[in-house]
Write a new protein. Structure first.
Length: 219
């Protein structure tokens, strides 16, 4: 078992290495983050997510620090952009995460395993679904546990959207966010897609006509 303080240290180092400066402005207006619910966590919290909590609401829900979420979306984009597009694997067992993952993958050239993840996809070459990614992006470390476990076993880094109740022991770069809400997931993946494309273009703006609604799963 890796000590929690070591995980936090490694996570912060990746964020530091993946970021040029500390931005003074958010990627989108703060109000947009708030109305999409990206900051709304659960009532239960894990020890490893404590450092991302801004406050606790009157109803017991933990509120995530939006500026940290914003900072880590930027860092994750820079990190993912380092890898060949076709060797990035994005997964989601969560219903509301499946469409965002597919659109992210279609737009950035990544590979997506939405819906059911077949055990052995990353470890058993005899499977038709076998794939050798260089980095894994999970929507929820809990529901995407099988993919996460296989990524750890083959030694590739993991980027993960982590809610307040998630354990982050095997996540190398945490994006603190509501990973259960339909609009919240669409917003995070919309931003991550845009920022990955921008990073691949050397930091310059690129044509990006997709909207948050394009990433939203149907009700």
């Amino acid at each position: 078992m890796v000590p929690e303080e070591d995980v936090a240290s490694d996570d912060r180092q990746i964020v530091s290495d993946s970021q040029d400066t500390s931005p003074s402005e958010l990627l989108i207006p703060e109000e947009t983050y708030l109305t999409s619910g990206v900051h709304i966590g659960t009532q239960q919290k894990s020890a490893s997510m404590r450092r991302f909590i801004y406050k606790v609401r009157f109803d017991g829900l933990h509120v995530l620090d939006i500026r940290e979420t914003d900072r880590r979306i930027r860092a994750a984009a820079r990190f993912l952009a380092r890898y060949p597009a076709g060797r990035v694997l994005a997964v989601s067992q969560r219903q509301y995460g499946q469409k965002p993952v597919r659109i992210f993958s279609q737009t950035t050239g990544a590979v997506s395993f939405a819906e059911r993840f077949v055990p052995g996809c990353l470890t058993n070459p005899n499977l038709a679904e076998y794939f050798e990614p260089q980095v894994l992006l999970v929507t929820d470390p809990a529901t995407d546990q099988q993919a996460l476990s296989e990524a750890v076993s083959i030694g590739i880094p993991v980027v993960g959207l982590c809610d307040v109740n998630n354990e982050t022991r095997n996540v190398d770069l945490v994006i603190p966010a509501n990973n259960k809400g339909r609009v919240a997931l669409a917003t995070v993946y919309w931003l991550l897609t845009r920022e990955v494309l921008k990073c691949r273009a050397g930091g310059t703006e690129v044509p990006y006509t997709l909207s948050v609604e394009d990433f939203q799963a149907a009700l």
